[in-house]
Write a protein that binds this ligand. Structure first.
Ligand code: SAH
Length: 472
């Protein structure tokens, strides 16, 4: 972030506006509306500013910029319209460690005023740091329409209940859930729609219920998709925003983690790559413990929880403990890689079946049934293939898949780092070693792989989407 966002309380604070024209008037009005004590310093002062001064909140110092004034003011606004004078004001303010805004001069300013949507006490402030004012204006219009007009009424009402709620519900999780319920519920809707009703009795009833009930814990096994944050489902997002604890894999992208509640507890139980990892038994135990303690736990997994994600084992542990859970599917790596790399998993006349296969098997489980999987019009999506690539390719050829069958490894599919290498079944292991393909990567085998030349569309790093390809 180029700017540190903050809301400053200026009631009775001395603020200096240098300049006596219309721009200075506008800035002075803004400061006055926040309760600041404004000094206006300029050799010539417009009628509007004189009027404000007559009201008592503004004092006038009618002479050219006086650097000594800076010392005794919290904030400085340079609105003289003379760039040399503005530069002097900015330099004086910087030397005195005062925040200074130079009107229409971002580089000289140490603070800027955002675009504002005022539903006091709710204030939405927007800024692009001067990069795209028109974009900010459009955003503001959109948000203005979207935010209920009576949002301020709702916020003030919530504020008036805070002490009562705090003493009734000492636990922070209980309070948070009470507020979520209240603000999403019918009482809040009634206030927002302007129905002037006496809601105090209803609030007391809800508080009574919340006080006597034990906090119900719940686990949510959520598929985060293969990488692109846009591939998270809406149901997954909603739960991610509510969870108090988030147990996540290393495959889950930071962009998706950033969508979770800021104050959630994040626990990395990653099981890929080097470094310490948590055993499946320990994860199951952790889930059960936290849910039993009344927490809402989101178990966030790469791809889909029920495809090589051991989500089934976690759900069984929860079921055995008699605890409630939900499972939200995610887009599995095979679907993501197929779509983004342009390799349809099934395709008329090329592939009438697709199998999701793991190259890494549970200890003692033996090999996959390569004979069944080697059928000719069958696409194979092979997970965790990197360490066993040569073995897997050889087994398929041994069971009748022609050595010339197209095969591709898609690395980091759907992310900005996505790349793929294509070869034949016979050559893919050598090509992957030469190209240093790393995890996570998915092996796709079958004639559909050859469609990538026509159907690949994902071009990360390009600002503009590539022109649609002509299909021969
Ligand atoms: N539950 C996950 C799979 C977990 S197993 C899912 O449904 O996708 C981990 C394997 O998934 C990796 O070894 C790799 O083969 C595959 N994988 C996961 N994300 C991937 C990605 N972005 N690109 C390619 N392969 C990926």
């Amino acid at each position: 972030m180029d700017y540190f966002p903050l809301f400053a309380r200026l009631v009775d604070e001395p603020c200096l506006v240098v300049g006596g024209g219309q721009v200075a008037l506008r800035k002075t009005r803004m400061l006055c509306s926040c309760g600041a004590q404004v000094t206006v310093n300029a050799p010539e002062i417009c009628a509007g500013l004189r009027e404000l001064a007559a009201g008592g909140q503004v004092s006038l110092v009618e002479r050219p910029f006086d650097p000594q004034l800076v010392e005794t003011h919290l904030l400085v606004v340079a609105a003289t319209g003379d760039s040399a004078v503005n530069a002097t004001i900015a330099a004086t303010a910087r030397a005195a460690h005062r925040l200074c805004n130079v009107v229409d001069d971002g580089p000289l300013s140490s603070f800027i005023n955002p675009a504002v949507i005022d539903r006091s006490p709710v204030i939405v402030a927007l800024s692009s740091g001067g990069a795209a004012p028109v974009l900010v204006r459009r955003l503001r219009q959109q948000l203005e329409q979207w935010l209920p007009a009576r949002l301020g009424v709702l916020a003030r009402w919530a504020g008036s209940l805070r002490d009562q709620v705090r003493s009734a519900l000492p636990g922070i999780d209980a309070r948070r859930r009470f507020w979520e319920q209240l603000l999403e519920g019918p009482l809040a809707q009634r206030l927002l729609s302007g129905q002037a009703v006496d809601v105090q009795q209803d609030v007391e009833m809800l508080l009574g219920e919340a006080e006597s009930a034990a906090l119900p814990g719940e686990a949510w096994l959520v598929g985060a998709g293969p990488g692109d944050p846009g591939l998270l489902t809406l149901a997954g997002l909603r739960l991610l925003e509510q969870a108090e604890v988030i147990l996540h894999d290393r495959l889950v992208s930071p962009e998706i983690l950033a969508l979770a509640r800021r104050d959630a507890e994040f626990i990395d139980v990653g099981k890929t790559g080097g470094g310490p990892s948590t055993s499946q038994e320990a994860i199951n135990r952790l889930l059960v413990e936290r849910v039993r303690a009344g927490q809402r736990v989101c178990r966030l997994k790469g791809g889909d929880p029920y495809i090589f994600g051991r989500g089934g084992e976690e759900a069984l542990a929860l079921a055995a403990a008699g605890l409630p859970f939900r499972v939200i599917p995610g887009i599995t790596a095979a679907s993501g890689c197929a779509a983004y790399a342009g390799m349809p998993l099934t395709h008329r006349e090329l592939a009438s079946a697709v199998s999701f296969v793991s190259a890494r098997l549970a200890p003692g489980a033996g090999d996959p049934d390569w004979a069944a999987l080697a059928a000719l019009d069958h696409t194979l999506a092979i997970y965790m293939p990197v360490a066993r690539l040569a073995d897997v390719a050889a087994a398929l050829v041994r069971h009748g898949r022609p050595p010339g069958t197209p095969a591709a490894l898609v690395e980091a599919g759907t992310t900005r780092a996505q790349r793929h290498v294509s070869a034949t079944l016979e050559d893919i292991a050598g090509v992957a070693t030469r190209e240093q393909v790393g995890s996570p990567a998915l092996l796709l085998v079958g004639p559909v792989v050859a469609l990538a030349g026509q159907l690949g569309w994902w071009a990360p790093g390009q600002a503009k989407a590539p022109a649609p390809r002509k299909v021969a």
